[in-house]
Design a protein around this ligand. Structure first.
Ligand code: EPS
Length: 390
């Protein structure tokens, strides 16, 4: 299962096509819209989110609420397009009073994209490099999420730090799977702890007053996974490499850790690796989950716990110096409406990316034509694992 998106931030709409979708999967428009709303929310988001109410329109691949086994096309309309019809027109001449963007923002794709594509207007770059595109990814991932949920796999995320404020946790690799979804979803920063939520909001407030932006870290957790999904034999089978690639595809992601991550390099082996235990009910399990649910590029059956770091948004209300592309004089970088902090939104996008990778790996292991055959294959595999553990 994979997706392709198209669309500019201020064009008419964002589009995603998902292919490799099995037939007979129940899809809920309401659920996709709920995920789109989660991506839009979060303390520290900017003015654009008051213009948009992202909703999905499914234009192919689904009939009477179930997939046909054909490519699924999804569209999310940009309401702001109405204000950009002249500046973002597909055809005709540019308006005579068009203000080109010539003061590239450090940290954004503006300058390098301009150099690469031989344009004199950073807008030709930033329209697509904008994280607005991630709305299409979240819509597309609705298909992957429904598929996983049908097989008992749930994917969620929570924010672990914003700027210098960090959630205190005891062994999150074992305990995060038990965090209450309600605590996360009702926090304005997707943090399961109410006091840390308030401290994070204060941090964002301070940054806003200073004309600053803030990054942070979040974790994506997947529960209900079967062991042995993914592969150890080739680079492209390994879930570690597939998840890393998917997460690094999100604009602003600067680091990804699996389980203990970098900390594992500082500890001796006996404090890192997860002892194998045979449980009467669950079969082979682990006494700890420092590997974050992955061993040898495959799922272990323990919760998948991936941590990612997001850099601060490049658009600053107190801008950094740049060079004007027309005059070649030093100026302040362009300032436009933006988010102070989009870490909670980014966590929702990361859920989407993780869902796609996991769905794809499940399809690879259990077949891909239709849900009935896939479920039968999952059942047979579970049965075999049970027999092995006896
Ligand atoms: C975004 C919409 C954008 C930005 C943001 C993400 O809207 P606009 O450019 O109209 O304000 O708020 O884009 C960026 C963070 C960026 O760096 O480009 C969205 O819907 O997520």
């Amino acid at each position: 299962m994979r997706y392709l998106t198209a669309g500019e931030s201020h064009g008419p709409c964002l589009t995603a096509i998902v292919e490799g979708v099995p037939a007979g999967l129940k899809i809920s428009e309401r659920q996709i819209n709920a995920d789109l709303a989660r991506r839009q929310s979060g303390y520290g988001r900017g003015g654009r989110q008051t213009i948009e109410t992202d909703t999905v329109q499914v234009t192919s691949g689904v009939r009477f609420g179930r997939t046909l086994g054909t490519p699924v096309c999804l569209a999310v309309r940009n309401r702001d397009w109405e204000n950009w019809t002249d500046r973002m027109a597909a055809f005709g001449d540019a308006p005579s009073d068009l203000a080109r963007e010539v003061t590239p923002r450090p940290g954004h794709a503006d300058l390098v994209g301009t150099l690469k594509t031989d344009t004199d207007d950073c807008r030709n770059i930033l329209e697509r490099a904008s994280a607005r595109e991630t709305a299409a990814r979240v819509a597309a991932a609705g298909i992957a999420r429904e598929f996983l949920a049908d097989l008992g796999v749930e994917v969620f995320s929570y924010v672990r730090s914003i700027g210098g404020v960090q959630l205190e946790e005891d062994d999150p690799f074992m305990s995060a799977a038990g965090y209450k979804p309600l605590d996360i979803e009702t926090s304005e920063v997707r943090c399961p702890d109410a006091r840390t939520t308030e401290a994070m909001k204060e941090e964002i407030k301070r940054a806003k007053l200073a004309g600053e932006s803030l990054g942070g870290t979040f974790r994506v957790v997947a529960t209900g996974l079967l062991p042995g999904v993914g592969g150890y034999a080739t680079a492209t089978d390994r879930l570690t490499s597939r998840l890393g690639r998917a997460l690094f595809s999100i604009p602003a992601i600067k680091g990804v850790e699996f389980g203990l991550g970098f900390e594992a390099s500082r500890l001796p082996g006996s404090q890192v690796h997860d002892p194998i235990v045979l449980d009467d009910e669950a079969g082979f399990v682990r006494a700890s989950n420092n590997a974050g649910g992955l061993e040898g590029g495959m799922t272990t059956g323990m919760p998948l716990v991936v941590t990612a770091a997001m850099k601060p948004i490049p658009t600053l209300m107190t801008p950094l110096p740049t060079v004007n592309l027309d005059t070649l004089e030093v100026e302040q970088a362009s300032r436009e409406r933006s988010d102070v902090c989009a870490v909670p939104a980014c966590a929702v996008v990361a859920e989407s990316e993780v869902s796609f990778v996991l769905a794809d790996a499940y399809l690879q292991k259990f077949g891909c034509d239709n849900m009935a055959d896939i479920k039968a294959a999952v059942k047979a595999y579970r049965q075999r694992l049970r027999t092995m553990a006896r």
